[in-house]
Design a protein. Structure first.
Lengths: 167, 195
């Protein structure tokens, strides 16, 4: 632990200076922060030495070895990209496999529903039978006036007339 | 006028292969350097860098410029590196502890004093120095190592690094400070002689 921590020198103590040290060193401190740090450095020899030590450390770190990229890097990458599966038209239309499955199920269900005959309501059946009879008798109804004034019918005995009409 | 990374990536999204080539040209070396310093092995670093570019290519259709391109790129690289380190550590768990005593550390520099060719001693000293620095960086805990590499060698902003490492900016600054303090102590002999 450093001895000067907690003791204020200039405008700030050494602890606060530590928090500002990195930003001061890498140039990301604001103008105001830089001013504060520099004011502290004027008053604190220990922190001045620390800044110098950090500066030298950063210089040392610049010497860290780096691996040169091999010349085959790009060719290998291109080969891997070429081996990637290409998007198909179906893949473009149906980007999600789950969506494709859902759509197939929907289509199958639609086809199945369309094949089921519609349910028959008893009232509807009776009404359609009545309509059928009316249409069947339409010709007779149209000729009602003719039948009413047909003189020959008056000569027919009533029982027989009724029987004939029933036919 | 040079196109920004985001513009280039939007070009890749639109199917422009030339934009991908430009991104590859720009970030190939920084990525390999970062991964090499993270994982210690050149071949693994190149494989991982290829995987980063492959993931960028695969994700092109879904790309949305919500963050800086470098944040996205180095986040992929950091995650891959941390996974590789974890996998490698698991693999090594069964390896004999005697291996190191038998020259197992291939990175350990060896001084061949019999070689008297001019400049050779200087080159060996230089190589030795570089190896010491490399070992000091690699001895840092993984998260601190990633933070130092992204800060020192790739000049990423604090908010970018914090986002990559999933921590707050203040936590990152504290992490970085601890890491640099460790390096200052570990590299004290080199720091003392650095002019």
């Amino acid at each position: 632990m450093r001895k000067e921590e907690g003791r204020k020198k200039g405008n700030m103590n050494c602890e606060k200076f530590e928090a500002r040290l990195l930003a001061y060193m890498d140039g990301r401190a604001t103008e105001a922060e830089r001013g504060e740090v520099e004011l502290h450095l004027v008053a604190c020899a220990e922190c001045r030495a620390r800044v110098e030590e950090f500066r030298r450390l950063w210089g040392v770190l610049d010497e860290a070895p780096a691996h040169e990229v091999s010349p085959a890097f790009d060719a290998r990458l291109r080969a891997r990209i070429a081996a990637e599966p290409r998007p198909t038209l179906l893949g473009w239309l149906l980007p999600q496999p789950r969506l494709a499955l859902a759509m197939s199920l929907l289509l199958a269900m639609g086809a199945w529903i369309s094949m089921i005959p519609p349910a028959q309501n008893p009232n509807e059946v009776a009404r359609s039978e009545e309509e059928f009879r009316m249409i069947k008798d339409l010709q007779v109804l149209e000729d009602l006036d003719v039948l009413a004034n047909f003189e020959a019918l008056s000569e027919v005995p009533p029982a027989k007339q009724t029987e004939q009409r029933k036919m | 006028m040079a196109r920004s990374d985001v513009q280039l990536m939007l070009g890749v999204k639109a199917g422009d292969d030339a934009s991908f080539e430009l991104l590859l040209e720009k970030y190939r070396t920084p990525l390999v350097h970062f991964l090499f310093r993270m994982v210690r092995d050149a071949a693994t670093a190149e494989d991982l860098a290829q995987e980063v570019f492959l993931r960028v290519y695969r994700a092109r259709k879904k790309y949305a410029p919500s963050a800086k391109f470098t944040t996205w790129l180095f986040r992929i690289a950091t995650n891959l590196a941390l996974n590789a380190i974890r996998d490698s550590r698991n693999e090594k768990m069964g390896v004999s502890i005697d291996e190191g005593a038998n020259g197992g550390d291939a990175e350990q520099p060896r001084m061949d004093v019999a070689d008297k060719r001019p400049g050779m001693v200087e080159r060996m000293m230089e190589r030795d120095r570089a190896a010491v620095i490399k070992r000091a960086i690699q001895a840092l805990p993984e998260k601190q190592r990633a933070a130092v590499l992204l800060h020192k060698y790739h000049d990423l902003d604090y908010d970018e690094i914090a986002s990559i490492l999933h921590c707050s900016e203040s936590a990152l600054k504290s992490l970085l400070f601890r890491a640099y303090e460790t390096l200052r102590v570990e590299l004290a002999p080199l720091v003392a002689t650095k002019d």
